[in-house]
Design a protein around this ligand. Structure first.
Ligand code: URA
Length: 209
């Protein structure tokens, strides 16, 4: 079963509090999500492989480390996932970005793909799927399945807030995928909103309602 990592860094938790606050306006909400995403990217890349290089400092030769250059891909699930991309790219500017659009069929309630554009070599990349609100887990699970069908082999899931239901769904459907979140909340309400959550992440990011 995949691991679940909850990032309890004080800066992440502090900023998340203001992201949750309904009085936080669109501009500040977007900036805070951007900052938290960068902080989460710092944590999520902890296991990135390094290789040794030699450089000359002004006074001596030094054996130092640089990133081995593992290929990364970010895959935001549209639309709310877009809000986390720039923050992550600040720390990992070489990552390629694929986009995955899913909507929920009003009759079957199943997620249906309406858009996808991926880097051509997703099978060689470690992919970070970005779904800020892991509610029922339906979209994230479908998104991961679609990426696996396209050839993806290594996938991590990054969310801002998860409900226990979403975590269990992804763990059940994709035991090979680790989940990274800033918080796991209490539950879902009858409309599948996360409680206490932050409301509709897409609406709050883009000022729609
Ligand atoms: N999507 C959101 O944007 N918010 C929720 O609480 C659940 C799903």
């Amino acid at each position: 079963m995949g691991n679940v990592y909850v990032f309890d860094h004080p800066l992440i938790q502090h900023k998340l509090t203001f992201i949750r606050d309904k009085h936080t306006g669109t501009k500040e909400f977007r900036e805070l999500v951007d900052e938290v995403s960068a902080l989460m990217a710092y944590e999520i890349t902890r296991d990135m492989p390094l290789r040794e290089v030699e450089v000359e400092t002004p006074v001596a030769k030094a054996k130092c480390k640089v990133l081995e250059g593992k290929k990364l891909g970010l895959v935001p699930i549209l639309r709310a996932g877009l809000g986390m991309v720039d923050g992550i790219l600040k720390l990992i500017p070489a990552a390629k970005v694929g986009h995955l659009g899913l909507y929920r069929d009003p009759e079957t309630l199943e997620p249906v793909q309406y858009y996808s554009k991926m880097p051509s070599d997703i099978g060689e990349r470690e992919l970070i799927v970005i779904d800020p609100m892991l509610a029922t887990g339906g979209s994230a699970s479908a998104g991961i399945r679609i990426l696996k069908e396209m050839g993806a082999k290594q996938i991590k899931l990054m969310c801002l807030i998860a409900a226990p239901e979403g975590v269990h769904r992804v763990q059940k459907d994709h035991p090979d995928v680790d989940i990274y979140v800033a918080a796991i909340d209490e539950k879902l309400d009858e409309k599948s909103y996360i409680i206490p959550g932050l409301g509709d992440a897409g609406d709050r990011l883009f000022g729609t309602k």
